[in-house]
Write a protein of this length. Structure first.
Length: 328
């Protein structure tokens, strides 16, 4: 890659994009060099990556509230999986809860829906899920719909990977007020995305991944990665959408342990320009037993806000417990 003239001549690229790309590339290369992976095995991917970054900078791809993965004329789904697969120590990676995975597949075959209430650790979580599931459960991750925030559909380094996934694009509460003049437009976008989600659930046979925390897990003051707390309003919104669709919908807790593969910055950044690093190692996924969204500890509290808070905490506890069991 260093000998590629396109890589050595990046004057066309904004400084912040160039800085983050070079940081990402060198981290990626070092991680693979340590494991004796030949650079020629991924040089072409970075050439494609450069090409699609340049396209995004000159003629930005605009994501609709519901984006369907693009497989032709360029297969962005395969590109994203291949790009991150070399970082995954597949031999030592694990899937937990395979009985639940079989249940999920059976629900979809019956035309029912599944919503995975999950934690979120890295931008490449969709690709990580595919790398874990595609071989044994073909089609499950490929057709999964991911609830995506603003960062992965606007940052030029993230867009090529996002184009290969089915996405419901929703602005999170964290970013909806930034910038203030875009708030009304973002709220309108979210309303449209929610309506499209209701339609998708009404059609049936869908599996949707959502992180009710609205962001990625980060390290606490002691340097330990914690599952970010779930937002009761987010959990309630997805439950209401499922009820409105009137198609049977099942909720499952999902825990992901992917953090070390592609750690997020230690602090939350509002502006684009996130520095990325990468490591090679195992990743893990766990799906727990189906969640009873009506009866849970605290379901009988008199105040509805307290009930919703108790439900979100209950689901978060289940995901957090599973995460502690499977984490690297």
């Amino acid at each position: 890659m260093e000998n590629n003239s396109k890589f050595n001549n990046l004057e066309w690229m904004p400084t912040w994009v160039k800085k983050n790309l070079l940081s990402f590339y060198h981290g990626y290369k070092i991680a693979l060099d340590e494991h004796k992976v030949d650079a020629s095995s991924y040089a072409d991917w970075f050439d494609d990556f450069l090409k699609y970054i340049r396209m995004q900078l000159t003629t930005p791809f605009i994501f609709q509230p519901y984006h369907e993965k693009i497989r032709t004329p360029f297969d962005y789904y395969k590109f994203g999986n291949d790009f991150f697969r070399l970082l995954v120590d597949k031999k030592n990676s694990r899937i937990h809860g395979e009985a639940q995975i079989e249940e999920i597949i059976a629900h979809q075959k019956q035309g029912h829906n599944v919503i995975l209430l999950a934690n979120h650790q890295i931008e490449a979580d969709p690709q990580a899920i595919s790398i874990l599931l595609d071989e044994k459960y073909p089609g499950l991750a490929e057709e999964m719909i991911f609830v995506a925030g603003e960062r992965v559909i606007t940052d030029p380094l993230a867009v090529p990977f996002s184009m290969g996934r089915n996405l419901l694009c929703i602005y999170s509460k964290r970013y909806i007020d930034h910038p203030p003049e875009k708030k009304a437009e973002k709220q309108h976008h979210n309303k449209r995305a929610m309506e499209l989600m209701r339609i998708l659930l009404q059609e049936g046979g869908k599996c949707i991944y959502v992180a009710p925390s609205g962001g990625r897990d980060r390290k606490n003051a002691s340097g330990v990665v914690e599952v970010a707390k779930f937002d009761p309003q987010s959990v309630e919104m997805f439950y209401l959408m499922a009820q409105k669709a009137k198609t049977p919908t099942y909720f499952y807790p999902m825990a992901l342990a992917t953090y070390d593969l592609f750690p997020p910055p230690e602090t939350i950044q509002i502006e684009l320009g996130e520095t990325r690093s990468s490591k090679r190692g195992p990743i893990h996924l766990s799906i727990g037993a189906v969640i009873d969204m009506e009866y849970y500890p605290g379901y009988d509290l008199p105040n509805k806000h307290d009930r919703r808070g108790a439900r979100a905490d209950y689901i978060w506890n289940r995901v957090s417990t599973d995460y502690q069991r499977i984490k690297l």
